[in-house]
Design a protein around this ligand. Structure first.
Ligand SMILES: [Mn+2]
Length: 360
């Protein structure tokens, strides 16, 4: 397994050099906002980005931002053209050494929170926060407004202005799409792209819904073990995989993350991992915590042990961190707390590996 770190390209205030200096960090999970959903990723433009990363001594084998156009999720007649574009992007990424594409099939909203910087009383740091009651008192438009206002001037993946400009129109269209219909459209998409993935050796890794329940009455189909199982069975292929995001799935205490990892890990269905912790504050109410198990409600030792026991050979990155040491940056994506998270995961992994050898 390889440890990696998300990097946003040149708009990221964190230089690649700093990422290279994190112990055992082999590369980045790339996030580029140069291409809109549905657009073909230009091979040359992408090659430049890859070169920049490689020149810093880092690998780039995972890309996290090839967004699925809303027309594909809605099953509109125009979807075929967007699926063709997606296939071209897959080829262009593969030519540049990419092995895994992380994506999601969440309608309209990729991820959402009701506060991007909730202060943590104990230590004065802050982190992303969610309270379903607050969300229920908000229109989707109001949520978008709040999120943009508090983003600190940074672009946020999933909150691209061009995507949200047509919010009302898109929400209206989803009124005729239920879970079954969405799943049908998902299958159509996978049937379209998976043969290309198999041909060029790319794994598609779907990111679970964040948070792990439906919002604003829009269907969501990727937030339980059973739902993820349905997805990997839509098209039976080694290229149809998961990105297990512990914090997204783990926002619902009913999701037992180590058991999810063991179940899909044994089937070789996990291509990559986002690892972070969450602290439950009540029913559908949580904030993000440091990675340390005792700071939140997820057991990081059991999570890493499940990966180790199932011979996980994919990519891991620390997911969102808190904002600490007065760092200013993209919500969840500062340098300090994520780097602490990565070194903590290194420690767990070394201990688990060595204990296992001692016991043999
Ligand atoms: Mn994630």
């Amino acid at each position: 397994m390889k440890m990696t770190f998300r990097w946003y390209g040149d708009s990221d205030p964190i230089p690649l050099k700093y990422i290279k200096q994190i112990p055992n960090c082999s590369g980045i999970m790339g996030m580029m906002d140069d291409f809109e959903a549905g657009e073909v990723w230009d091979e040359k433009k992408f090659a430049k980005y890859v070169k920049e990363v490689n020149d810093a001594g880092l690998e780039i084998e995972v890309i996290e931002s090839v967004n699925v156009h809303e027309d594909i999720k809605l099953g509109l007649a125009t979807r075929d053209e967007y699926i063709e574009n997606y296939k071209k992007s897959i080829r262009n990424l593969a030519k540049n050494g990419v092995k895994v594409i992380v994506y999601n099939f969440m309608p309209v909203f990729d991820w959402l929170r009701t506060d991007l910087a909730r202060e943590i009383d104990e230590d004065g740091s802050n982190s992303l926060y969610y309270d379903h009651k607050e969300l229920e008192g908000m229109t989707p438009q109001k949520l978008v407004e709040n999120t943009m206002k508090t983003a600190g001037g940074f672009s946020l993946p999933g909150w691209e202005p061009e995507r949200l400009a047509e919010l009302e129109d898109v929400l209206e269209k989803y009124k005729s799409v239920d879970e079954e219909k969405l799943l049908e459209n998902y299958k159509y998409f996978l049937e379209g792209i998976i043969p290309t993935c198999e041909e060029v050796g790319i794994k598609m890794a779907v990111h679970p819904d964040d948070p792990a329940w439906p919002v604003f009455g829009i269907p969501r189909i990727a937030h339980t073990k059973e739902q993820l199982d349905r997805i990997v069975k839509l098209v039976d292929s080694p290229s149809n995989c998961l990105c297990v995001c512990t914090g997204s799935l783990g926002s619902n205490p009913e999701n037992d993350i180590p058991s999810v990892i063991r179940y899909f890990g044994e089937k070789k269905k996990i291509a990559c991992m986002h690892i972070r912790n969450v602290k439950y504050l009540g029913e559908k109410k949580f904030r993000e915590a440091s990675h340390l198990s005792s700071d939140g409600n997820l057991d990081m030792f059991e999570i890493v042990r499940a990966l180790y026991d199932t011979d996980f050979d994919g990519y891991i990155r620390p997911d969102h961190g808190r904002m600490i040491w007065d760092e200013k940056g993209r919500a969840g994506y500062g340098l300090y707390d994520r780097a602490l998270g990565l070194t903590y995961l290194n420690g767990l992994l070394e201990a688990i590996e060595k204990m296992d050898k001692l016991n043999k």
